[in-house]
Design a protein around this ligand. Sequence first.
Ligand SMILES: *[C@@H]1O[C@H](CO)[C@@H](O)[C@H](O)[C@H]1NC(C)=O
Ligand SMILES: [Cu+2]
Length: 221
Amino acid sequence: MKSFYTVFAAAAVLLQPAAAHYRFTSLILNGQVTTAYQYVRQNSNMNSPVSTSSIDVRCNTGASLGGSTQTATVAAGATVGFKMDQPIYHAGPLLVYISKAPSTAATYDGSGAWAKIYQIAPTFNGNGPVWGDEKDTFTFTLPSSLAAGEYLLRIEQVALHSMPAQHYVSCAQLKVTGGGGKTPTGIALPGGYDPNSSSFNINIYYPIMTSYTMPGGSIWS
Ligand SMILES: *[C@@H]1O[C@H](CO)[C@@H](O)[C@H](O)[C@H]1NC(C)=O
Ligand SMILES: [Cu+2]
């Protein structure tokens, strides 16, 4: 027999993971993990998931502007990345986007175009998808064709273990030097993601998946 207290305590434990999720805390620069939230905008919601059509899908809740976040100087074509506080544990794809700021990254709200520059798509083994992003470190190269200037670099994991889809997002602030003069083109966020599409509105457990359409179109180059 369970007392009310036991039931309440069990419910409280169940609620905790929803409050404190895996977070993209640090930018990786020159092969070094930088201080948490030095160059990554800090969200104000313990990284509770945001929904597909929310304005917070850009850079997360409480992170629409830079506040005290610093802007990292990095060369176009360099390898950068994100380090997390713990590995990803929900099933779903990982994506990285970049968007050019009209002026500074710190004052940019992410209302322009987002170009996808990196992703981890699932593979399929006959029993469904193998997502391949259940880790805490992600590195990738910035396009060498990028125009010099300031940018938001956005990393996102779309969790599909339950419906509707949940988005775990962070943005870092970059000042890109050198480069090839190209301003990236891409999708608006929100808007460029259709919550009703099979990228988001999907049961990943049944029927057994044999393919998946990655969100955000093709990789910008
Ligand atoms: C998604 O589908 C629902 C139900 O059909 C509809 O009300 C809603 O407008 C759709 N959303 C988009 C963005 O198309
Ligand atoms: Cu969760």
